[in-house]
Design a protein around this ligand. Structure first.
Ligand code: GLA
Length: 393
């Protein structure tokens, strides 16, 4: 919290009225399944976007960030994209969504600090959207009903319920889709809002339900950052999504969730080679999430870890959302005896790998992979042992 508070005090010359923080997430298994109405497992991790904020008497918003030099200033009633401060587009897009739902967003000042590596595949963008939504909820209290309709709250806003968390996640997703321009699914926002300490968040993106299952205590979550910054706004993400949607349409289903591996093979001739490859990845991932849940339930970690390696191979060979650096990281992890499984996490095209490692070997693993990665690529490796934490508050 302190960095955001310090930044607020330095820039605005007063103390903030409130702070909020939202965690980044690691996608455990289920890659690009969310917008295919599929299944995904995720973890909220101890990398946060923190916002310190105070209301203003006028309708101006002033945002500062410890990561960028210049502040962003705008009027709540006149929100436009600013190519000079694209980082502010997340908060702006979210404000527009809240306004459309009936929230009366007044002016405010806010300072933002991130320990989620930007472009690192841990979804700093979702954490920023969620932190922005909760900041406004504290400054200008409102509640969202399950259908998204807002009601002003008297005094303090009540604690979040799960239906309101889901409504907030949808508002965040809409901001990202409509204002930022990434056609992402709900995985990131749901993970940041529904995270639970030491628990896997299991999301069914067809029924929009969430439940939790314990992550075995003797496992550490190690995130290795390839150093390749990914920018999903770059278009490859949206292109993959279109390919999946085209494949579903040709197969006569609403989404690839409704196709299983034998069904896909039987209908292969209806798809172009590229549509087929994309569908193989999504259908395979949904299948791995279901089988992975069964393996985790009986503590069969070797089988579960195998699904992580299979998932990465499918990203690399079929969906083609890996990159050489991520492939090297997974290869290096695979030869470490303490590593049960490793794969790229999140959108891909750069970013990070997730590694499940025996907890008492986590530091040895980090050091060993770090040395090997530097000697293979010439770049030092940034990596973290992450705690699995509660969602945003
Ligand atoms: C990004 C998107 C998510 C999801 C993942 C891939 O993180 O924002 O919605 O599609 O990629 O699983």
């Amino acid at each position: 919290m302190n960095e955001a508070i310090r930044c607020f005090e330095k820039h605005f010359g007063t103390a903030p009225a409130c702070t909020t923080r939202a965690p980044g997430r690691v996608e455990l298994l289920g890659n690009h399944t969310d917008y295919n109405q599929g299944l995904v497992m995720a973890l909220a991790v101890d990398k946060y976007i923190t916002m310190a904020a105070a209301p203003r008497d006028d309708d101006q918003v002033e945002l500062v960030s410890t990561a960028f030099d210049a502040p962003a200033r705008f009027t709540v009633g006149h929100i436009e994209r600013d190519p000079e401060a694209t980082w502010a587009n997340y908060t702006k897009g979210l404000l527009l969504q809240l306004q459309q739902r009936g929230v009366r967003t007044g002016g405010f000042n806010a300072a933002i600090h991130s320990t989620v590596p930007l472009g690192g595949g841990l979804s700093s963008s979702a954490a920023l959207l969620v932190a922005s939504a909760l900041t406004v909820r504290k400054l200008h209290p409102y509640t969202l009903a399950a259908d998204g309709t807002a009601t002003p709250a008297q005094g303090h806003a009540p604690p979040l319920t799960d239906p309101e968390r889901l409504a907030l996640a949808k508002a965040c997703q809409a901001a990202e889709n409509q204002f930022v321009g990434v056609n992402c699914g709900l995985l990131d926002h749901i993970s940041s809002l529904f995270g639970k300490a030491h628990q896997v968040v299991r999301i069914d993106c067809l029924h929009l339900t969430v439940d939790w299952a314990p992550l075995p205590a003797d496992l550490a979550v190690v995130v290795c950052h390839s150093g390749v910054r990914h920018a999903l706004v770059g278009g490859e993400y949206n292109e993959r999504r279109s390919m999946c949607e085209a494949a579903a349409a040709k197969l006569g289903v609403a989404a690839l969730r409704f196709v299983n591996p034998p069904g896909l093979e039987a209908a292969r001739a209806r798809l172009s080679p590229r549509e087929y490859e994309c569908a193989v990845h999504i259908v395979g991932e949904n299948d791995r999430v279901q089988r992975g849940a069964r393996a985790l339930a009986v503590n069969d970690l070797a089988t579960f870890g195998g699904f992580l390696f299979d998932s990465h191979a499918s990203s690399r060979d079929s969906f083609k959302n890996s990159c050489p650096e991520l492939d090297i990281l997974v290869e290096l992890a695979r030869v470490e005896p303490a590593c049960l499984g490793a794969r790229l996490t999140g959108g891909g095209f750069g970013g990070a790998t997730l590694n499940l490692v025996q907890a008492d070997q986590a530091e040895t693993f980090r050091a060993s992979v770090g040395r090997a990665y530097e000697s293979r690529t010439g770049h030092p490796l940034e990596s973290w042992v992450c705690d699995v934490v509660d969602g945003a508050a």
